[in-house]
Design a protein around this ligand. Sequence first.
Ligand code: GDP
Length: 285
Amino acid sequence: MVKTMRGQARITESNVQDMLREVRMALLEADVALPVVRDFIARVKERALGAEVANSLTPGQVLVSIVHKELAATMGEGVADLNLATQPPAIILMAGLQGAGKTTTTAKLTRHLIERRKKKVLTVSADVYRPAAIEQLKTVTKQAGGEWFPSSGDQKPRDIALAALDYAKKHFIDVLLVDTAGRLAIDEALMAEIRDLHATLDPVETLFVVDAMQGQDAINTARAFKEALPLTGIVLTKLDGDSRGGAALSVRQITGAPIKFAGVSEKIDGLEVFDAERHAGRVLG
Ligand code: GDP
């Protein structure tokens, strides 16, 4: 990525500019949002100017290493699995725009919780606008080996949530996953509804599901959901697509929530624990 400035003795104010320009280009090409790029570059610059360049290295190599480390540190802080440390049922609220991958991710998490954490899982859909979404959740929950709680378009989302919670308590469910309605764009009614669901359920995890292909727009979506809800984690979907996944950096910085999982296929087992180190390499290209 950084090709210039080989053979320089140290990183100086004058030569760092060229190198940072290349880093900025790489991040923009990866679709990291512009304000996030600016912040990031400022942080890297601060570190780079203070950095010593060992004899065997060029300033370019040192800068690449600083960029990589800073990127990984910004996107992650070790492995962040689901927090289930609460009186069962642990409730997980799924939030995000329509098409982001909420329903698919709900099924993937169901599978993950059953196989990896040996939990008894119930799913429910509070999407009262799209009957097909409720049916979709039923189908994928069955595929994942979980239990599905019925709901319908003539109910209120809050009533659905309470009925599912009541059932979960009576049937000793460990984890209740609540899928919610998304819209194609942010709107106030959607946010009010999901805020109400959050207040009703007091979930231990509120996951923001976001499409890695969303690129620059991810920042606005992330900001709107962060303002509406106390997010506890992010799931970045469609990382199997050909985007460089710069949305990870934008969304992480805007929400402050850890990226917990990455969606890597349409299939039910296409979910990985997010690896910030590896992802940093991808973003830099
Ligand atoms: P929702 O509207 O947020 O519930 O989104 P869906 O779960 O229905 O997903 C929308 C589309 O994205 C579907 O066609 C999914 O198969 C697809 N999808 C979801 N996650 C992934 C992923 O990680 N990789 C790929 N390739 N497709 C995904």
